[in-house]
Structure formats: C-alpha cells, structure tokens
Design a binder for this molecule. Sequence first.
Ligand SMILES: [Zn+2]
Length: 297
Amino acid sequence: MTSTLHFRGRAPGRAVSVVQSVAMALVALLLAVVFAIGGGLPAKAADGASPFGSMDSVSIDSQGRMTVAGWTIDPDTAAPVEAHLYVDGRGVPSVANIRRDDVGAAYPQYGANHGYEISIGVEPGRHSVCVFGINVGAGSNTLLQCRDTSSYGSIRYVYPTSPFIVTPLAAGQYGAPRSGYTHQGVDILPKTRGVDQPILSVASGTVTYIGPLSSGWGHYVDVRNDDGVRVRYAHLKERAPVSVGQRVTEGQRIGTMGGSANGRLDTYAVHLHLEIRPSLSSSATTSPLPFLKARVR
Ligand SMILES: [Zn+2]
C-alpha cells in the first residue's frame, strides 16, 4: 500500500519563525472560536503536547474488509501511542507501533515506530471513518481525520430478465411461508411462455458457485456483485454457461430461465427464483424486487 505522508503541525525542537508563531496564534484563535461555537471540538493542536499525525489511506477489499492506515505521535513520549478507528461510531483500538521510515525521517526524535493499520469488516454503502490519536501525559486526544467513504464505489444494476411478471401465487412471494421454511426469494415469470428467456446478471461481479441440478434449486448460479451483494439465480433450464471465478457485467447472460429442481429439468413451471443477500456478514436475504427497484436506473 503506497501512501502520501501528510505532515501536520511543526516539527518539534525546531526554531519557530515569527511567521509560524503568528500563524499558530491564528490557528489557536480559530480553534477557540470553533470550540466556542461547536461546544464539543477540543481546542488542542497548538499546545504541543497532544498527538498529531495523519490518516493516509482507506481501502476496502472484495470481502468487505476496510483497512485504515496512517501514523500518530504524542510529543510527550517517543513510545508508540494508541490510535483508535471509528467507523460509523464503532470503535476499534490499536497501538500505532508499525515501523514507518518516512515518519522516523521527518521526526527523528520520536523514532519510526508510529504507524497504524487498523481493519474492520464493513457492509456495502457509505461509511464515516475517523481516527483519533490517543493522548498520554499533557494534552488531549486528537481527531487526526474523518472521511466519508463509499465502499466498493457504486455499481449499476439491471433487472435479471425482461420482460417479466411476478408470480401471482402467494407461495412465490418473498417471505411466503412454506412447509417448515420460508421462501427466501421471489418467483419471476416470463411474460410470454414457450420461448427461452435469458437470465442476466443484475450487476458486475464474480461467479462464486454453480449449483447442481440435483439441488432443491435445480441448476443455479451464485454471483457476488462488486458491491458485496450476493445473488442466487435458480431453477435454470440448463447448467449456467459461466464458470466459478468468472467476471460478469451487469446485463450479461448467465443462464436461461427454466423449471429445474431435485434432479429434474421440469420440476416446476418455467420461472426464475431470485435470492438476494445484501450483507457480507450474514446470510439473511432481502426482498429482491424492492432492492432492485431502488437501484435500477
Ligand atoms: Zn422460488
């Protein structure tokens, strides 16, 4: 991970010029004003005793693991101090003790061991990400930086087939009670019977599984979208013409609507059983059509 080092404040121990002194006084005044107005913002920066540092990078991998990296130093000690990450208010403590030669070169009196790299699992969507340097000795905790981030970026959605109607049967609705379980998807019918209707990936993503005809879903395919959302397309007419690990784009054909299940190709009337799991950390489904309606443009 490459990152740019952002220097904050002055390098302790150096002579302070008149210009710097005036600038610092202005900053202190500004902070005092903000403090007076906001009531909650700690007036710290200019005291020379509170932690300083930087949030250099925020990255999120395809599994939804967010990693926030940077560095912090407390002028009261050369020892590493704690850096605390807050994502949407959830706190993750850590010790900023990773070697950062660039920090050591800029602040030699404190050494190089002041980097932090803090990870946390996040759901798809926007997140507020803040890091605090935790104070020791004189001074107070420092909010190093806050950022809003949209994990995975935003991706385009399309409907999984067209034209379609939602089954009129109660048992085919999302959440319908079945004997001993709940229907975890919605059943979608072709508008016209008797023609092969393509099934399209609703978003860009990666094929994660090809389900066997012998399953209760018959031939099916699972795709993990690039925003982390997982989608199952079931009862396909034949084995999906894609392979595990293959990249797909929104609107790409990944199968043909069918009625397969339990080892037979004609267990059901032709329809698509569609399941959507929006959370990376849970297997819970959501009602597919409202989910898509909110995203298809
Ligand atoms: Zn179904």
